[in-house]
Design a protein around this ligand. Structure first.
Ligand code: UD2
Length: 315
């Protein structure tokens, strides 16, 4: 990587950790974000770093190319609306951000002669397969407009790889957690549970709580994403980014209640989420063989870091 690195969605949860990692490795980074869900506070640790330049702009902006410098060597495309619920409420908006956005970014990559684009896709593309752990060859099955938008993005990556010879790598993120994950009704279960536990509010488990997920800590994810940009054998590949263990949501609620709540929150059950995936864990064999990557952060330690972070950042 000789030229600069572009990170779209640099003020977001995963994007900001990725920028930190790239700067630690002495890369020059241009970060763009439309600040719709991104936050300036996520960029505090690097916003004045000499190797970093921030441009507030939307990935769909028709003038995006002229706002970037021409010596970009590598693109990490993370900017997206990353919520299944938001996509069900407003599929047109999600299509614009997630599909028009990636076509615009790929077209700029082509025009600027970028050598590789790494796209952050999602395990949502698999739908609800029966066989666990999910391997990358599993047929895709979009169960939400969000999943459809990520599949469309993946198809555009393949089309630009075939048509223009751009190197491409697709990462399918499973359930990511850690500091800076936004807290709202649209955010991940760990962020919601921790915020409720710290406030002493009830922790709401949707359904029986026996559904499972494999959680992966955000700095592990940033490390793997950088490797995807640098590893020659990752060109043209689709690679899962999952945690290594399946954990029941009810167990997550209990762990967080013990670790984060001073008085102990009530754990209450509400109706299951419509279309909820029952179990979700990705095979990490390909990540290991292609990238030499295995997640390192133990879940309990990652939870502790995350709880401490929310404690010190809550108003
Ligand atoms: C995550 C991603 C989604 C997509 C998908 C891929 C988030 C927010 N969503 O969806 O973008 O990549 O993975 O598979 O990261 N739950 C509760 N109580 C709550 C909130 C959630 O019980 O207050 C349950 C929920 O019903 C589900 C589980 O926790 O069974 C995980 O929910 P999630 O929204 O964190 O993540 P998921 O896997 O639906």
């Amino acid at each position: 990587m000789d030229g600069k690195v572009l990170v779209t969605g640099c003020a977001g949860f995963i994007g900001s950790h990725l920028v930190e990692r790239l700067l630690e490795e002495d890369h020059h980074v241009i970060g763009i974000d439309n600040m719709r869900t991104g936050n300036h506070s996520n960029m505090v640790s690097f916003s004045s770093h000499p190797g970093f330049r921030f441009i507030e702009v939307d990935v769909c902006d028709p003038d995006l190319k002229s706002k970037l410098s021409s010596d970009i060597d590598l693109v990490f495309h993370l900017a997206a609306i990353s919520s299944v619920t938001a996509s069900i409420e407003d599929p047109i908006l999600v299509n614009r951000n997630n599909v028009t956005g990636i076509v615009n970014v790929l077209d700029i990559a082509r025009a600027l002669d970028v050598s590789r684009v790494v796209f952050s896709s999602s395990a949502a593309v698999y739908g609800n397969p029966e066989k666990m752990p999910i391997v990358e060859e599993t047929p895709l099955n979009p169960l939400s407009p969000y999943a459809a938008s990520k599949i469309a993005g993946e198809e555009y990556m393949k089309a630009f790889h075939e048509t223009y010879g751009i190197e491409t790598t697709i990462l399918r993120y499973f359930n990511v957690y850690g500091p800076r994950q936004a807290y709202s009704e649209y955010s991940g279960v760990i962020s919601i549970f921790i915020n409720h536990a710290i406030r002493g509010e009830p922790i709401t488990v949707e359904g029986d709580g026996k559904q499972t997920r494999s959680f992966v800590y955000v700095t592990d994810m940033a490390k793997a994403t950088v490797l995807a940009g640098k590893t020659p054998q990752a060109n043209g590949e689709v690679i899962n980014m999952s945690g290594l263990d399946l954990i029941r949501i009810l167990d997550v609620a209990n762990k967080i209640n013990q670790a984060a709540s001073s008085k102990g929150s009530k754990i209450i059950h509400v109706d299951p989420r419509i279309g909820d995936v029952r179990h979700s864990i990705g095979s990490m064999e390909k990540a290991q063989s292609v990238l030499g990557f295995t997640p390192e952060m133990p879940f309990e330690t990652g939870l502790e870091h995350t709880i401490n972070w929310y404690r010190s950042h809550m108003q």
